[in-house]
Every structure is written in structure tokens, then in C-alpha cells.
Design a binder for this molecule. Structure first.
Ligand SMILES: Cc1cc2nc3c(=O)[nH]c(=O)nc-3n(C[C@H](O)[C@H](O)[C@H](O)COP(=O)(O)OP(=O)(O)OC[C@H]3O[C@@H](n4cnc5c(N)ncnc54)[C@H](O)[C@@H]3O)c2cc1C
Length: 457
């Protein structure tokens, strides 16, 4: 019990009747078991919680929506502080700037931006929290043109281990500002984030759906086209098995497709030309059209509700044709995998994702030609084993071509030093030592203080 912790917000213990809802993660296979779930109402609550935890030897795992709770692992003597009730939004359309409370999801912001002819750098699912997405990197539809969301962040407000409220920018606390943008929730509880957004009235976006049996033709053609695509065009090639659920519309319900989805910051005529070779393959369904940016939230058709899933990921340096063949041997129509792997997806990288912009944070770039992300829905123990085995095979096939790993796509406990080069990792640990020497904060991917890291090494 957190005896003596008095806040405006809520504290929920494992014995409370609302525990199930309070500790729910997006992957229902993840059973996060902290001492308590704490939901601050405001910044003053956050200060009280941080001071209490520091004085009582309790660790804090900061969280916004629990979309990436899997990597946290054991949470003994730890409280999860979820800022999901801090959801203010203010948009300055003329300045192309947004300020949000750290508990808000993209779905509350992207539609308003779209109405102003603006787009933020959100990812595939509008259900994801802006905080974790931005602090870990944030790779979405406009990333080849504008880079990672974290490098469009202009200010972060947080409460650090000493209980201080800080407004952190490139000018006033450059090291902490750098570390937060990629180093995640290891430096304090973030209460608000400010970031730049971009003028986008309309863009040419949609998806080409091929019967899954034609995956090889589609993936190989897509691969050949990648070097010809400008930064204004982002494409993702996937195999997707739609569940046979009533809420999934026909003709998708229970069907399997190979799909190229894309978003092009430009005119329809140019967009059509860029995709011409894929269209010549005669997709069964073609949804490309000029649309406002709000449509980007629905493009990937991500599941909106929590579900039991296992995922795998690699950043792939170069994508040779043989690797496509290997992938399809594991998940293609003749692989015998059936619907075990619900989604297999390759996202095109490069462009601004490969360039370190001036003033970038710890997560400055994403290396590689494509990012592999794959997941399987696994409702019971037997399925967990089958799905895990297939996903492990996909990751193993990609490993020899590995360019790195992107922490936001890693959903299990991992060694965070693997996500950074040695120099960046060292600096992250030094900033951690400076602001949180007692290691009060446990981000999803843990950055230890430099002194602790030196002992471990
Ligand atoms: C359906 C789905 C689609 C996705 N699509 C994309 C995509 O297209 N592109 C992409 O880049 N990623 C994507 N992701 C990954 C996503 O970016 C990560 O899961 C991200 O960590 C989610 O952030 P969150 O705040 O919602 O999650 P949380 O689990 O709440 O937070 C994750 C971590 O962020 C930090 N954090 C969160 N809130 C705070 C806070 N208030 N203070 C300090 N630290 C905090 C902590 O380290 C925390 O452990 C997707 C995930 C899902 C489930």
C-alpha cells in the first residue's frame, strides 16, 4: 500500500475491483503486475508521486496508454504511473505547433490537425499514445519526408527524480532534451509535449489489394521499385489475414491479401505514375485517391482494441530478392502457415529517416532499407507456441541482413544498448546518471545510470 500518498487522481491496487481495467495492456498477453497503478490528475499530482516514490524506495514506470508494456517485464517494488488522464490539446495552426498532455492518443489530435490542413507525424494506429511514440522515435506515413516524430518535438515538460518540474528544450537543457528524444521514459514522468506539424491539405493515399496467392509478384515488383521512389512517397508491403469477425466488412472478412499501402505528398498524376508498375499487376481492389490527412489513421487497418498478440521485428539493411523468397517460404501462400502470422509487413525506410538532422535527439535516424514488423494473434497457449515459432523464423531470416532494431517495435524485454551505437548509449547513460542516479525511473527499454552500466560491463 502506498500509505500516505495523497493525490487528486486515482490509485488502483491488485485487490481493487477496477484492477482488471486499470492494468490492462494493449497486448492482452501482457499481465503487468506493479504494486499499484497510479493515475495522476495533473502536474501537481506527478510531483507528489515522484517525491513519495523517491522517499519510499519505490520505482516508477511511466506510461501513457500501455501500448508498449511488454518490455517492462518484472515490476516488483514498482508503481506504474499512467498519465492517461492528462489529455489537454492546444493547436496553433498558424505556427504549425501543437502542445498536448502526455496521456493523449493521436486519434484526439490528428482529426483536428486535418481540419486545419495540417498533419502530424503519427504512425499506423491513431490509438497509440503520443508520449511513448514520440519518446521512442515515431515512424509513420510521412517519415521518409519529415523523419521521426521525436525530431519534430520542440519542448518536453516533465518531473525529474528530484521532484522538479522542468520545461526542457534545445536551449535550456540540451543534454536532457537530446536524451528524452529516443531514450524514452527513463528520465522522468513527462507531463506535456510540444511538437511541429506540417502543412498537408491533401495527399494521394490508399492501398492496392492482391489475392494472397499473388504475394510473390507483388513483393518482388515493390522491391524493384523502392530505389525509384522519392522521399515524398512512403509505401508498406504486407500480407494481412483479416479475422472472420462480423465487424470486418466484406470482402475482407476472413480473407487474406497481399497489400501495398502508400501515401504520397503530391498530386494524383505523379502518384499514379510512381505506382504504375504495381497497378499493371492488376490489383483486385485499388483504394488510392486524393484524401485529407485524417484518412492516414485508417490506412493501415490496425486493430483498435487490445488483443492477444506476439510480434517480431528487425531493421533490414538491404532487401535482396532472395530475402523476399525466404520470407514468403515462411508466410507466403504456399508456406503452410495458414493464418498463423496475422500480419507480415515491410516498411520502406531511407529518405529523411537516414539523415541526421541538426539538433536531432538520441534516436536521430533509423538505419536500413526496410523495417520488418510482424505479428500473430495468439488467443491460447498452444497458438502462442505456433505463432512464436513462425515469427522467430521470420526474424532469423532477416538477422543476417540486420541494420539495427527500432525500440518502439520491440515488444518484449530487451537489452536497450542494442538499439544505439556505443557513443549514443554511453551519452544516454551519462545523462541518466546526471538526472536519475538512483534509477528511480524504469522506461520500457531501460537506460541505466552510467555508474551502474560501468559495473555491469
Ligand atoms: C497497434 C500499434 C500500432 C503501432 N504503429 C506504430 C507506427 O506506425 N510507428 C511507430 O513508430 N510505432 C508504432 N507503434 C509502436 C508505438 O510507437 C509504441 O508502442 C509506443 O511505445 C507507444 O507509446 P504509448 O505511449 O502509447 O505506450 P506506453 O506503453 O504507455 O508507453 C511506452 C513507453 O513510453 C514511455 N512513456 C509513455 N508515457 C510516458 C510519460 N508520461 N512519461 C515518461 N515516459 C513515458 C515509457 O518509457 C513507456 O514505457 C505501434 C504500436 C501499436 C500497438
Amino acid at each position: 500500500m502506498l500509505t500516505g500518498l495523497n493525490i487528486e487522481g486515482r490509485i488502483v491496487y491488485p485487490t481493487d475491483s477496477d484492477w482488471d481495467a486499470a492494468h490492462q495492456a494493449f497486448s492482452t498477453l501482457v499481465d503487468q503486475r506493479p504494486d499499484a497503478m497510479v493515475f495522476p490528475a495533473d502536474e501537481a499530482d506527478v510531483v507528489t508521486i515522484v517525491n513519495y516514490a523517491r522517499e519510499h524506495g519505490v520505482r516508477i514506470a511511466p506510461q501513457a496508454t500501455a501500448h508498449n508494456a511488454g518490455p517492462l517485464g518484472e515490476l516488483d517494488d514498482t508503481i506504474v504511473v499512467q498519465t492517461s488522464e492528462m489529455t489537454d490539446v492546444s493547436i496553433d495552426p498558424a505556427a504549425h505547433r501543437v502542445r498536448v498532455g502526455s496521456g493523449i492518443k493521436w486519434e484526439k489530435v490528428a482529426p483536428q490537425l486535418s481540419d486545419h490542413g495540417l498533419a502530424g507525424l503519427h504512425g499506423s494506429s491513431p490509438d497509440v499514445g503520443i508520449a511513448g511514440y514520440s519518446l521512442g522515435g515515431g515512424m509513420g506515413w510521412l517519415a521518409r519526408k519529415y523523419g521521426l516524430q521525436t525530431n519534430s518535438v520542440t519542448a518536453i515538460e516533465l518531473v525529474t527524480a528530484d521532484g522538479q518540474v522542468r520545461r526542457v528544450t534545445a536551449e535550456n537543457e540540451p543534454d536532457l532534451f537530446w536524451a528524452l528524444r529516443g531514450g524514452g521514459g527513463n528520465f522522468g514522468i513527462v507531463t506535456a509535449i510540444e511538437f511541429a506539424v506540417y502543412p498537408v491539405e491533401e495527399l494521394y493515399a490508399g492501398a492496392l489489394f492482391f489475392p494472397a496467392e499473388r504475394a510473390a509478384e507483388m513483393f518482388h515488383t515493390w522491391r524493384e521499385l523502392l530505389p525509384t521512389f522519392p522521399e515524398e512517397l512512403m509505401t508498406w508491403a504486407s500480407i494481412l489475414h483479416f479475422p472472420p469477425l462480423p465487424e470486418v466488412p466484406e470482402p475482407f472478412r476472413g480473407a487474406s491479401y497481399a497489400i501495398v499501402m502508400g501515401a504520397y505528398l503530391g498530386e494524383e498524376r505523379e502518384g499514379r505514375e510512381l505506382l504504375q508498375r504495381l497497378r499493371e499487376l492488376r490489383p483486385e481492389i485499388d483504394t488510392f485517391a486524393m484524401v485529407p490527412p485524417i484518412e492516414l489513421g485508417e490506412l493501415a487497418m490496425d486493430p483498435p482494441d487490445p488483443l492477444p498478440f506476439i510480434s517480431g521485428h528487425e531493421l533490414v539493411g538491404e532487401l535482396p530478392a532472395e530475402l523476399i523468397d525466404e520470407f514468403l517460404e515462411i508466410v507466403g501462400p504456399e508456406s503452410g502457415s495458414g493464418t498463423t502470422v496475422t500480419m507480415f509487413q515491410l516498411r520502406h525506410l531511407g529518405g529523411a529517416l537516414a539523415r541526421k538532422s541538426p539538433g536531432a535527439g538520441a534516436r536521430a535516424t533509423l538505419p536500413g532499407e526496410v523495417s520488418l514488423f510482424t505479428l500473430g494473434v495468439a488467443p491460447d497457449e498452444e497458438t502462442v507456441q505456433t505463432v512464436r515459432a513462425r515469427i522467430d523464423r521470420l526474424v532469423a531470416a532477416a538477422e543476417p541482413h540486420r541494420a539495427g532494431k527500432y525500440p518502439n517495435f520491440v515488444e518484449e524485454p530487451a537489452d536497450a544498448s542494442d538499439f544505439f551505437d556505443a557513443e549514443t548509449w554511453q551519452r544516454l547513460c551519462e545523462v541518466k546518471e546526471l538526472y536519475d542516479p538512483q534509477d528511480l525511473f524504469k522506461g520500457n527499454h531501460h537506460v541505466p545510470p552510467a555508474a551502474e552500466e560501468a559495473i555491469a560491463a
